[in-house]
Every structure is written in structure tokens, then in C-alpha cells.
Design a protein around this ligand. Structure first.
Ligand code: SAM
Ligand code: SF4
Length: 438
């Protein structure tokens, strides 16, 4: 039996795409290799959102090359879409190049390779269908990802996603709900709804629902205990989403709402389509919710034209919102994006200085916010065990990691829900003890 191995980089969408690709290959009679060395087909699912992604892919392919020995090598994902046929020139030992919008064609492309085709490519960005497959091979038996929307119709000046994932396409709610029900029936208790911009979801069926109605329906499925979603775009994030969270405790107490900058002029140059005030209005809705909703964000520093005063606005936004967590990045110029035409480049060393200041401030906020939870009892879903520390690893509804000790006589297993009292707080995680220990 032929074996495949898939290595994945990047966001949750890539992780889930790899689950779907793996399922597709299993359905074609392949089996999963434990190591790249055992595989007949090596797939590399790539990300090109930041840094020198293309160079990294080529140098990783060089390492793969040594393992060729008649094996087939394929490049998937954003770098595949972005570099296209150039990959065959620069890495002639690659046989397959396929962007995410063409994954529906993978069975046909792989069948071509099996028939002896030297090179096959799926680079069409205009495919009408979203990549739906009944064969997803899920990595976790407890938490499942479901794609609700593919691609992105925004045009943020720094971002390659619209070029690598193509136009936005919502999936029919009927199909999403069917998949969610099947998952609940087979024992999954947590579902994460995925898309580059889930808040602009609109069911393509006649009279179709919006995102707020969709999450309410998914949360109503019997057997599910947690439903999360990412990523929301502030421009499309409406009050009805907060109302839906208010109405159902199954919808987790966490919203990821990337802001990117606290300065109106930088937001305009980024083409983010909202102002600081509009963003703060949405934060007000979230803070006014019945349950305490944790808010996380993404920030970019050193975007072209970002002055010291603009950066000061970003720092003041952090102070004002008090985010529960933040992913922060130095602006990275990306091929084909409109930001390449902007003047006012910020020196790398200056962008690095700003990033450090921002992260230091956020670290202080997280220490303070996490400390407020000491003494509280939180429900966690058990995600694993750390044999080095003897602690179990759990995650709260607010998406905080809570490492905890539990009586050795108590049978704990992954996927279980437990009440844990928080005893200590760090900047990035909490520590606690399962309540029956106290
Ligand atoms: N669709 C999401 C949104 O609108 O926020 C996120 C997409 S992107 C994969 C995830 C994050 O990467 C962005 O929120 C942004 O902070 C960061 N990012 C994207 N392009 C970047 C670039 N060229 N330089 C630095 N950070 C970037
Ligand atoms: Fe990129 Fe903007 Fe689309 Fe997010 S909304 S994927 S940042 S273009």
C-alpha cells in the first residue's frame, strides 16, 4: 500500500486543509506514514503570510530532495499558489503544485501522477466549489474544525491571502450543519468554525442565514459543549454575533478580533475599512455582554508610514482595550500586495523596537488579567498531559491554557471537562488544581 506524509505550516485553516487532504488520500487507498522516510508521497502544506516564506519553502524542499529516491514530492497551500509553475523550475524534483482553491482536484492530479505524469498543477483560483469532502482525517477525537467560508474579498494592503486563497465563497449552512451533527454524533464536543473572515459569512442558498444565525444553529446541536470561531473582521462583526453568544453558553467566551493598528491613518493606509472608534464600538458590545468574553487581537507594527505618533496610538489602544491575548508581528512586505507601493518604509530595527515595546506592554496586561483569575474555578477541556511536570493541560472557554494537578486516583482522559481552581497566574497560562483535590 502506498504511504503519504504531510507537513503543515501556518494557520488553523492550513491545519484543517491538511486534515481534508489526508482524508482524500486515505480514500484513494493511501495510508499515513509515521515519518517522511517511510512515505512514497511527501506533501508540504505551506504558508506565505509573513517573513521570507518562499525562501524557507525552497530550503525545506532542498532537505526533502535528499529523501527523493523515487518518491513524489508535492507543494500545497499559499506558497504553491503564489509561486506556481516557478516551483518546478527552481525545484525540478517536485511533481505536484496545488493551491488551496484547487484541492477539489487533488484526486485527479494524484491519479495523473500515478499514471506517470511528470508534473501536475492545480492553480486555478476561480473554482466555484469550496473544498468539501466526506473523508476528513481529523487529528483530534474531541475538537473538530469545520470550514464555513473560503478565500477573502477584502484587500488589506499588506496581505497575500486574497491572492493565495482566491475569492470569498461561503459554504451552504445545510452542509455545515450536517457535518457538525455528524461530528456531535460521533462524540466530538468542541467545534471550531473556520474562515479568513467568518463574520462576512452568508449562506449562498436562497434566503440563506448570516453568521450570527449560523453560530446559533451550530450551538444548538445536541452533544456539543463548545463552539468557537475565527477569524472575525471588525468591519463585518455585528452586534447580532454578541447577542448569539449571550443567548448560548455553548458559544465560547472568546472572540478573536484582529485590529492591526490603533491609528486611523495607518488603518486607512492598510485599507482595513474601519476606524479606531468603529473598532472600539465593537469592543464595547463585547464588554457589555452578559458573560465575560475574552478578546484577543492581531497587531502589525512598522507598516509603511507608521510614525512614532501612530505607534503611540497602537500602544494607547492596548491600554484602553486590555486584550486578553495578542499576536503581534513586524510588517513583512509580501509579493503582489499594494503596500509595496507605499512610501515611508520603517527601518527594521525601529519596527523591532516598537514590537518589543508593544509585547512588553501586553505581557504586563496579561499578567494582571490572569492574576485576577487566581482563586476562581474554571471549566477546562483536557487537551493533554505533560509528563515532565506531571500536570494535565486544559483550556478554558475563554481560550486560556490552564495546567493543573489532579489526584492520581482520579481517572482523567483527554477530551474530558473538569472544574479546576486557579492557584497561580503567568503571562501566558494559568496553573491550578482539579477541584476534588481541594
Ligand atoms: N483574516 C484575518 C484578518 O483579517 O485579520 C487574518 C489573516 S492573516 C493569515 C493573520 C494575521 O497575520 C493578520 O491578522 C496580520 O496581523 C498578520 N499579517 C498578515 N499579513 C502580514 C504581513 N504582510 N506582515 C505582517 N503581518 C501580517
Ligand atoms: Fe488578509 Fe485582510 Fe482578508 Fe484578513 S481580511 S485575510 S488580513 S485581506
Amino acid at each position: 500500500m502506498k504511504k503519504f506524509y504531510i507537513e503543515t505550516f501556518g494557520c488553523q485553516m492550513n491545519v484543517h486543509d491538511s486534515e481534508k487532504v489526508a482524508g482524500t488520500l486515505l480514500s484513494m487507498g493511501y495510508s499515513l506514514a509515521d515519518t517522511p522516510d517511510e512515505a512514497d508521497l511527501l506533501l508540504y502544506n505551506t504558508c506565505s503570510v509573513r517573513d521570507k516564506a518562499e525562501q524557507k519553502v525552497y530550503s525545506r524542499l532542498q532537505q526533502f530532495k535528499r529523501k527523493t529516491n523515487g518518491r513524489l514530492i508535492g507543494v500545497l497551500g499559499c506558497v504553491a499558489q503564489q509561486e506556481g509553475m516557478r516551483i518546478f523550475e527552481r525545484a525540478p524534483y517536485v511533481s505536484l503544485v496545488c493551491g488551496s482553491a484547487s484541492y477539489g482536484r487533488l484526486p485527479e492530479l494524484i491519479a495523473g501522477l500515478e499514471r506517470g505524469d511528470r508534473r501536475v498543477a492545480g492553480l486555478d483560483l476561480d473554482a466555484d466549489d469550496t473544498f468539501e469532502t466526506p473523508y476528513t482525517r481529523r487529528d483530534s477525537p474531541h475538537r473538530a474544525y469545520i470550514t464555513v467560508i473560503e478565500g477573502c474579498d477584502k484587500s488589506c494592503a499588506y496581505c497575500v491571502v486574497p491572492f493565495t486563497r482566491g475569492r470569498q465563497k461561503s459554504r451552504a449552512s445545510r452542509s455545515i450543519l450536517e457535518e457538525a451533527r455528524q461530528l456531535a454524533d460521533s462524540g466530538y464536543t468542541e467545534i471550531q468554525l473556520l474562515g479568513q473572515n467568518v463574520s462576512s459569512y452568508r449562506d449562498p442558498s436562497v434566503g440563506g442565514c448570516d453568521f450570527a444565525a449560523l453560530i446559533a444553529e451550530v450551538a444548538g446541536i445536541g452533544g456539543l459543549r463548545r463552539v468557537r470561531f475565527a477569524t472575525s473582521h471588525p468591519r463585518d462583526f455585528d452586534r447580532a454575533i454578541v447577542d448569539a453568544i449571550d443567548a448560548s453558553p455553548v458559544l465560547c467566551d472568546h472572540v478573536h478580533l484582529p485590529v492591526q493598528s490603533g491609528s486611523d491613518s495607518v488603518l486607512a493606509r492598510m485599507q482595513r475599512l474601519y476606524t479606531r472608534d468603529a473598532y472600539l464600538l465593537r469592543i464595547g458590545w463585547l464588554k457589555g455582554a452578559r458573560r465575560k468574553i475574552a478578546i484577543s487581537t492581531d497587531m502589525i507594527v512598522g507598516f509603511p508610514g507608521e510614525s512614532e505618533a501612530d505607534f503611540g496610538q497602537t500602544m494607547s489602544l492596548l491600554e484602553e482595550v486590555q486584550f486578553d491575548s495578542m499576536f503581534s508581528f513586524r510588517y513583512s512586505p509580501r509579493p503582489g500586495t499594494s503596500a509595496l507601493q507605499l512610501d515611508g518604509q520603517v527601518l527594521e530595527v525601529e519596527a523591532g523596537r516598537r514590537l518589543t515595546l508593544l509585547q512588553e506592554m501586553q505581557r504586563g496586561i496579561q499578567i494582571r488579567k490572569n492574576s485576577e483569575l487566581v482563586g476562581a474555578v474554571e471549566e477546562v477541556m483536557v487537551e493533554g498531559h505533560n509528563s515532565a511536570t506531571g500536570q494535565w493541560i486544559g483550556r478554558t472557554s475563554q481560550n486560556r491554557v490552564l495546567n493543573f494537578l489532579c489526584s492520581p486516583t482520579r481517572l482523567v482522559r483527554e477530551g474530558q471537562y473538569l472544574s479546576v481552581r486557579v492557584t497561580r497566574a503567568g503571562p501566558n497560562s494559568l496553573t491550578g488544581e482539579a477541584v476534588d483535590l481541594l
